[in-house]
Design a protein around this ligand. Structure first.
Ligand code: AKG
Length: 406
């Protein structure tokens, strides 16, 4: 096998001149100058220690810019500078074969916070580093045990599997034709569970997803994780950790709900193409008006007891269950007044009511709101029409993929 250093250089542009360092609208010219100097140092192979130090300076400086003002206001060029800093740092780290994990983490930070550069070079570099890092496929030795987690919070057990009454059950269809789905469900905006439509996915067939499979593919990748039982709680927060750490701390099959962390991610499949290859956009999305590249694919990976509070979204959704089962409650937009949306602009799409333990003294109308419900199992796809309120609770360790489309 070629040395790591040789494999890394096979990913980099062959010559210094091929390294595109053109930036528009950058008032901080000196940082671009520093970036050029760092790239030169790397290509001339003069002083890697200095190169590493300079790349850290570039990261620190551009990080400040990324964290000033709102995310939307951040100039994309700063995100490109940040990604370049991450690339250079990761490359320098690879000279020491012991720092491969840190190099992968650095690339992930560039992917998460930066912008695509040099034909997605950070993704290519991660692929090389992961193939080199056999240790990346093992659980992290220093990960805290679930019992030791300081984030453990007492949770009140809910009925493990609610009984679904026939009057409220979401209907089911096995591989309906496009026309049937359009006429019966899409046009009248009615929820339905589609069975059999993802049976060809590698994620449910030959590369069947499981916690260990996810750890194998993505254990050493750094991702954003939500901490807290539900995003409406005051203590709810977000952090970055590796998928391996997340699994060790939060994904435990246990009799009672434990500490809750949720890998709920809009970018996961862009960041980890190996997982994207295991799934497919449902054919029914072609009935929408939007292009395929406008479809958002989300990952929802969490332990038993993870709850998404009752909320609505501005697009249709195919919520697809890959691992485990989820209890889901649906209310049509016509019920909105009975669901008591939060009054603030930020949370106006979220109900104040705790669906399975409603405070009917504070929210009396909720008791008469009409709903449908289901338990979604592996290989099943729930069509949630646009603006339909949905509440979701994982009944065991669960991985779902949702497709937002219009
Ligand atoms: O599965 C979940 O926890 C939430 C899914 C969801 O809200 C969505 O796909 O829009």
């Amino acid at each position: 096998m070629a040395s790591l250093w040789a494999m890394v250089w096979a990913v980099l542009p062959p010559r210094l001149e091929d390294f595109n360092l053109e930036f528009n609208r950058m008032e901080e010219g000196s940082l671009v100058f520093l970036l050029r100097q760092t790239v030169e140092l790397l290509y001339e192979g003069r002083d890697l220690a200095e190169c590493l130090q300079l790349s850290q300076t570039i990261i620190d400086f551009s990080w400040e810019k990324l964290n000033t003002g709102t995310w939307r206001e951040v100039d994309k060029e700063w995100r490109r500078v940040y990604s370049h800093g991450c690339l250079l740092k990761a490359v320098c780290l690879c000279k020491e074969e012991t720092a491969v994990r840190e190099a992968i983490k650095t690339c992930d930070m560039g992917l998460l916070m930066g912008a695509a550069i040099l034909d997605n070079i950070l993704l290519k570099l991660i692929k090389v580093l992961q193939s080199h890092d056999a240790a990346g496929k093992r659980p992290l030795e220093d990960a805290a045990s679930p019992q030791g987690s300081s984030r453990k919070r007492p949770t009140v057990a809910l009925p493990l599997t609610p009984e679904i009454r026939s009057g409220t059950a979401v209907p089911r269809e096995r591989c309906p034709s496009l026309e049937h789905f359009r006429a019966q469900y899409l046009i009248p905006q009615k929820p339905v569970i589609l069975e059999g439509i993802v049976d060809h996915w590698p994620a449910v067939r030959d590369r069947k997803w499981s916690v260990e499979y996810i750890r194998d593919i993505a254990g050493c990748r750094t991702v954003p994780v939500e901490l807290g039982a539900r995003y409406t709680d005051d203590e709810w927060t977000q952090t970055l950790m590796t998928v391996g750490e997340f699994i060790d701390k939060y994904i435990v099959d246990q009799a009672q709900p434990g500490p809750v962390g949720y890998l709920a991610q809009h970018q996961l499949f862009e960041q980890i193409p190996e997982l994207r290859q295991d799934i497919d956009i449902p054919d029914y999305c072609c009935l929408g008006d939007g292009d395929e590249d406008e479809i958002t694919i989300n990952a929802w990976f969490g332990p038993m007891g993870t709850v998404s509070p009752l909320h609505q979204d501005p697009q249709h959704n195919f919520l697809t269950q890959v691992v485990g089962r989820k209890y889901i409650r649906l209310y049509s937009p016509a019920q909105t007044a009975k669901l008591h949306p939060h009054p603030t602009q930020l949370l106006h799409n979220t109900s104040q009511v705790d669906v399975e333990r409603p405070d009917l003294a504070s929210f009396p109308e909720f008791g008469s709101a009409v709903y449908q419900e289901c338990i979604l199992g592996p290989g099943e796809v729930l069509f949630i029409p646009v603006q339909h309120w949905h509440y979701v609770r994982a009944l065991n360790t669960s991985f779902s993929v949702s497709f937002w489309w219009a």
